[in-house]
Design a protein around this ligand. Structure first.
Ligand code: PEP
Ligand code: MN
Length: 338
C-alpha cells in the first residue's frame, strides 16, 4: 500500500502514519521526495487491510493499493529515476554506460588486454565471469577465486570498475571485496535466498532478467534486493526464451519502455546473450540504445575462436571499436552521450 502525504504534511503526521502501520504489524519504508513524502506499507497482509485506516489520518493525501506485486522497485514508490553510482560511473544518468569484457576470466594477461582495449574504445566498466553458472556441470565453471583476484588487479591498474557474477551465498563477501558490481545471473533471478543476502550489502547489484521471467516477476525479484535498504540495483535485459530458435534468446526490447514507465531503476541491455552470435550483436546493441537503455553489457574477447565460453557471441576488438563508433550518433539522437 502506498500512502502519499500532502505537500504540506508535517513530520509528526508522517510519524503518525508510520506508528499506525507498525502498530498493525506492517513494515514501512519512507521516501522523502523534494515535493512530498511517500510511505510504503509493506507486509503480506496489506491486501486485507482497508485503505481507510490510513486515508483517515491527518496529512494523508491519498492511499493506493499497489496492484502489482512489486512495491519498492515501482515508480509510485520512488517517482524519481534512480542513478546508481559505481565509483563515479553513473548508471541511469545521461551517459549510456557500456560494460564490456570476456564472458569468463581465462587468464590475467587476456583479461588485462581485453580490459585495456575496451576501455580505450570508451567502455566505462569491465566485465568478466569468475564463477560461471553453466547449464552443464561438465562445462568450464570459471577460475573462481583466482579470477576474482585478477579482476581486482585489473581494476586497480586501469582504474576502471569491474562487474562479475555471484552464484551463491557463501561467496558473496569475497566477490564484493573484488568487484564493484555484483551480477545476479538470469538463472538465479529467483534465487530468493541469494537475493535476501545480497539485500544486506551496500553494493551495486546487476539483476539479470530470468530466461522465462515476466517483467513483473523481474521487478518483484528486484524488491528482494531493495527490501533491506540497498537501493543500488541495476536491471539487465538479456533476452527471453520464446518459440523462436534462430537466435539464442529473443531480445525483448519493449521491456525497456515498460521498466522506464513502471520502475525507477536503471535498465541496461545485454545483446550478447540474446544474440548468441556476434553477427547479431551490433544491431541489437544499437536498437537498445535507440530504445532508451541506460547501458549495454557486451562480451568481447581478443580471439573469440579461442574463448573458453561464449566465443560465438563475443566481439573481437575491431568489431567492438566499430560498434562503439556507430553507437555514438544513436546515443546523441536520443539525447544521451556514450
Ligand atoms: C553472463 O553474463 O555471463 C551470463 C551467464 O549471462 P546470463 O545470466 O544472462 O545467461
Ligand atoms: Mn557469457
Amino acid at each position: 500500500m502506498i500512502v502519499e502525504m500532502a505537500k504540506n504534511a508535517s513530520r509528526e503526521q508522517v510519524d503518525h502514519v508510520v506508528e499506525r502501520a507498525e502498530f498493525l504489524g506492517f513494515e514501512v519504508q519512507l521516501n522523502f521526495g523534494t515535493e512530498k513524502t511517500v510511505v510504503a506499507i509493506l507486509g503480506s497482509e496489506t491486501g486485507k487491510t482497508s485503505t481507510d485506516i490510513f486515508a483517515v489520518l491527518p496529512g494523508v493525501e491519498s492511499v493506493s493499493r499497489v496492484m502489482k506485486p512489486y512495491k519498492l522497485a515501482s515508480r509510485e514508490f520512488n517517482p524519481r529515476s534512480t542513478v546508481v553510482n559505481v565509483r563515479g560511473v553513473e548508471i541511469g544518468g545521461p551517459r549510456v554506460v557500456v560494460i564490456a569484457g570476456p564472458c569468463a576470466v581465462e587468464n590475467e594477461q587476456r583479461l588485462m588486454d581485453t580490459a585495456s582495449a575496451v576501455k580505450a574504445c570508451g567502455a566505462a566498466v569491465v566485465r568478466g565471469g569468475a564463477f560461471k553458472p553453466r547449464t552443464s556441470p561438465f562445462s568450464f565453471q570459471g577460475l573462481e577465486k583466482d579470477a576474482l583476484k585478477m579482476l581486482s588487479r585489473v581494476r586497480t591498474k586501469l582504474g576502471i570498475p569491474v562487474v562479475t557474477e555471484v552464484v551463491d551465498i557463501e561467496n558473496i563477501l569475497i566477490v564484493a571485496k573484488h568487484a564493484d558490481i555484483l551480477q545476479v545471473g538470469a538463472r538465479n533471478m529467483q534465487n530468493f535466498a541469494l537475493l535476501k543476502e545480497l539485500s544486506k550489502l551496500n553494493h551495486p547489484i546487476l539483476l539479470k532478467r530470468g530466461l522465462s521471467a515476466t517483467v513483473t516477476e523481474w521487478l518483484t525479484a528486484a524488491d528482494y534486493l531493495l527490501a533491506e535498504g540497498n537501493n543500488q540495483v541495476i536491471l539487465c535485459e538479456r533476452g527471453i526464451r520464446t518459440f523462436e530458435d534462430s537466435v539464442r534468446f529473443s531480445m525483448d526490447l519493449s521491456s525497456i519502455g515498460v521498466i522506464k514507465r513502471f520502475s525507477h531503476l536503471p535498465v541496461i541491455v545485454d545483446p550478447s546473450h540474446a544474440a548468441g552470435h556476434s553477427a547479431f550483436v551490433p544491431s541489437l546493441a544499437k536498437a537498445a540504445v535507440a530504445a532508451g537503455a541506460d547501458g549495454l553489457l557486451i562480451e568481447v574477447h581478443p580471439n573469440p575462436e579461442e574463448a573458453l565460453v561464449d566465443g560465438l557471441q563475443s566481439l573481437n576488438f575491431p568489431t567492438f571499436e566499430k560498434l562503439m563508433a556507430e553507437l555514438k550518433p544513436i546515443a546523441e539522437a536520443v539525447g544521451r552521450s556514450i
